[in-house]
Design a protein around this ligand. Structure first.
Ligand code: SF4
Ligand code: SF4
Length: 138
């Protein structure tokens, strides 16, 4: 490129509107059908496990707390999820959905990509048991 043409490009660019946004300070609303983080509705879930069986990425696990009382925990691995929505389609109870608002999931901590859904006390006792089991294995 000739120097004159380059300067003319630079000069014109000075008066042009910027093509980029100062994210995260400037945001545009996400598209209506954007597929973000997966959410689970405990009230609707029957524990059939179709979602986890059909997930191509092994990103969703249904853990049984009490089958008779239909109490389950769902462990969701956002770092494995491909946001394909197969689990949403497979769920006969419409207990799953991919949020169009909650999609900023980037993190430097791997743990932050694992989400537990369910009753807080159930999740807590599951995590305590898991920690005890892994301590016994050491
Ligand atoms: S959206 Fe796709 S990859 Fe993610 S949990 Fe559901 S089935 Fe698995
Ligand atoms: S497919 Fe639906 S009802 Fe069945 S375990 Fe998954 S979330 Fe629950």
């Amino acid at each position: 490129m000739k120097l004159g043409a380059m300067f003319s490009d630079v000069f014109r660019a000075l008066f042009r509107r910027t093509a980029t946004r100062k994210y995260p300070f400037e945001r545009t609303p996400p598209p209506e059908h954007l597929r973000g983080k997966l959410y689970w509705d405990a009230e609707k879930c029957t524990g059939c496990c179709l979602c986890s069986k059909d997930c191509p990425a092994n990103a969703i696990e249904v853990l049984t707390v009490n089958k008779a009382n239909k109490r389950f925990i769902v462990r969701y691995h956002a770092d494995r999820c491909t946001y394909c929505a197969q689990c949403v389609l497979s769920c006969p109870q419409h207990a799953l959905h991919l949020s169009s608002n909650d999609w900023e999931l980037a993190n430097t901590d791997k743990q932050a990509f694992t989400f537990y859904y369910g009753d807080d006390a159930d999740v807590e006792s599951f995590l305590v048991k898991r920690a005890e089991n892994s301590a016994e294995e050491v």
